[in-house]
Design a binder for this molecule. Structure first.
Ligand code: SF4
Ligand code: SF4
Length: 400
C-alpha cells in the first residue's frame, strides 16, 4: 500500500499520469492530471483558484498508480474539489449520488420499500425525470435488493469456529448486492472462519469525497476508524469485498484526514480475495473445488489496482479446475463510482469503457468477473453480459 504525501512539488512533469488518464484519452473538456493536479495545486496554495475542468476528474486513481514521484494527483483533485464547494452549493443530483446509504435507508423505511423505490427509479428513467435531475437516464440505477445483506445475515445460521473475521459490507453490498456478502460468508465458512458483522459501520465516504463532501466524509471516517480500532484491538482482521471501500478505508483516509489509528487499522484491513490468497500462500486455503467448466474474463477495477496487492482474484480463480479465466487487461471500465451516473459524464464514461466492451465481445464470453460492484454494473450495461464477483464463483466451486 502506497500512502502518498500531498506535495505538488514532487512532480517532475514526466507526463506518465497524462498517458494513463482515461478521461484525458476521450475528451478535451479535461485539462489532464498534471495540469489540474500538481501544476494548479501550486497556484491554489498561494491564491484562491478555481479550475472548471476539475469537474471532469473521475477519481479513478490511474494517475496515482502511474506517477513515479508519488504525487497523489487524484487526492489533490478531490481536496480542490471540496474547496471549490466552499463558495457554491451542491446540486440535488450530487446530493443524491453522494448519499447512497441515506437514500437506501429511506427506501427501506417506506411501505413497499425496495419494490416501490425500484419502480420509481425505473419510471423516473423512462419519463426522462432522471435526466432533468442531472442523472443519466440511459443507465439503469442500481436496484435495491428485496432484503439487505444485514437482514439476510441475521437469519443465517453459521457454524461456530474459533477463527473469526469481521466483515465490512459497505452500502452497495448491503443494499444493492447482498448476494456478494452471503457468498463471502459461505466461502469463509468453507475455510473454517466465522464471520462477525459490525452493525454500526457507516458508509466509507468514498462517494462523498468524489462529490466534494469532504467534511461529511471525514465524520464517517472518524466513526469507522473507532470501530475498526475496536476490532483490531480484539485481534480480528477486518475484510471488505468492495474495492472502493477497501481503498478508502486503507489508503484514502490517511491521505485526506489526520485521525489517530488509521495507519494501524489499515494494516488489519483486507480485501476478501487478498485474505484468501494469503491463506493459500500459507497452505491453509480449502482447495476442495469442484470443476466449473466455463470460460470467463476478469476485469481488474482501478480502485483495486491502486491498492497495490496484485490481482488476487485472478490467482484464486485459476485454482478452480475446469475454469478458464483470462485477464481482460483493457483498462478502466469508465464508471468510476458515481461518475458515470452523472448525465453530463455518461458519454465520457461509455467512451472510456468502449475498449473493454469490445474486448468482452471479441472474447465471446457470457460472464465477466470483477471485484467492484459499479464496474459490474457498467460492464453489464455496456457489453450486455452476466457479471459476477469472484467470490460467487469460489462459492459455486465449493458447493458443487
Ligand atoms: S483520477 Fe483518473 S480521471 Fe482523475 S486525473 Fe487521475 S487518472 Fe485522470
Ligand atoms: S506522473 Fe507524477 S511526476 Fe509525472 S507529470 Fe504526472 S504528477 Fe508529475
Amino acid at each position: 500500500m502506497k500512502i502518498q504525501h500531498n506535495n505538488p512539488d514532487s512532480c517532475t512533469a514526466c507526463t506518465a499520469c497524462i498517458a494513463q488518464c482515461p478521461v484525458t484519452a476521450v475528451t478535451r473538456k479535461f485539462r489532464g492530471p498534471k495540469m489540474v493536479g500538481p501544476a494548479l495545486e501550486r497556484m491554489r496554495l498561494s491564491q484562491e483558484d478555481t479550475e472548471p475542468s476539475l469537474e471532469y476528474c473521475s477519481n479513478c486513481k490511474n494517475c496515482d498508480i502511474a506517477c513515479p514521484s508519488g504525487v497523489p494527483i487524484s487526492t489533490l483533485n478531490m481536496l480542490a474539489r471540496a474547496k471549490s464547494f466552499k463558495n457554491r452549493s451542491h446540486s440535488l443530483r450530487d446530493d443524491m449520488l453522494a448519499h447512497g446509504e441515506k437514500m437506501a435507508k429511506l427506501a427501506e423505511k417506506i411501505p413497499g420499500g425496495a419494490f416501490l423505490a425500484n419502480l420509481g427509479m425505473n419510471l423516473g428513467g423512462s419519463l426522462g425525470l432522471m435526466n432533468l435531475a442531472g442523472i443519466a437516464g440511459e443507465r439503469p440505477l442500481p436496484s435495491y435488493a428485496a432484503e439487505s445483506f444485514l437482514r439476510q445475515f441475521k437469519k443465517f445460521k453459521q457454524q461456530s469456529c474459533p477463527d473469526k473475521v469481521v466483515f465490512y459490507p459497505g452500502c452497495f453490498i448491503n443494499y444493492n448486492d447482498p448476494q456478494v456478502g452471503m457468498d463471502f460468508v459461505a466461502v469463509m465458512q468453507a475455510n473454517g472462519y466465522e464471520v462477525i458483522v459490525e452493525e454500526d459501520f457507516v458508509c466509507c465516504g468514498s462517494p462523498m469525497v468524489a462529490t466534494g463532501y469532504l467534511d461529511e466524509a471525514g465524520e464517517q471516517a472518524r466513526t469507522n476508524t473507532e470501530l475498526l480500532k475496536k476490532w483490531r484491538q480484539q485481534g480480528y482482521p477486518v475484510i471488505t469485498c468492495c474495492t472502493s471501500c477497501g481503498l478508502m478505508l486503507k489508503q484514502e483516509y490517511q491521505e485526506l484526514y489526520d485521525i489517530e489509528g488509521m495507519a494501524e487499522n489499515a494494516r488489519n484491513l483486507y480485501d476478501g480475495c487478498e485474505f484468501l490468497l494469503l491463506l493459500a500462500d500459507k497452505g491453509k486455503l480449502n482447495t476442495h473445488f469442484a470443476a466449473l467448466e466455463e470460460k470467463v474474463l476478469y476485469h481488474a477495477p482501478c480502485h483495486l489496482r491502486a491498492q497495490g496487492f496484485g490481482l488476487p482474484a485472478l490467482d484464486l480463480l485459476e485454482l478452480i479446475p475446469g475454469l478458464r479465466v483470462e485477464n481482460a487487461g483493457a483498462g478502466c471500465c469508465g464508471i468510476a463510482g458515481n461518475y458515470g451516473f452523472k448525465a453530463d459524464k455518461y458519454d465520457i464514461s461509455m467512451a472510456i469503457g468502449e475498449k473493454l466492451f469490445q474486448r468482452i465481445k471479441d472474447s465471446g464470453v457470457d460472464t465477466v468477473v470483477s471485484d467492484c460492484g459499479t464496474c459490474r454494473l457498467q460492464i453489464a450495461h455496456g457489453a450486455k453480459v452476466e457479471t459476477v464477483h469472484p467470490l460467487t464463483l469460489l462459492r459455486r466451486a465449493y458447493e458443487r
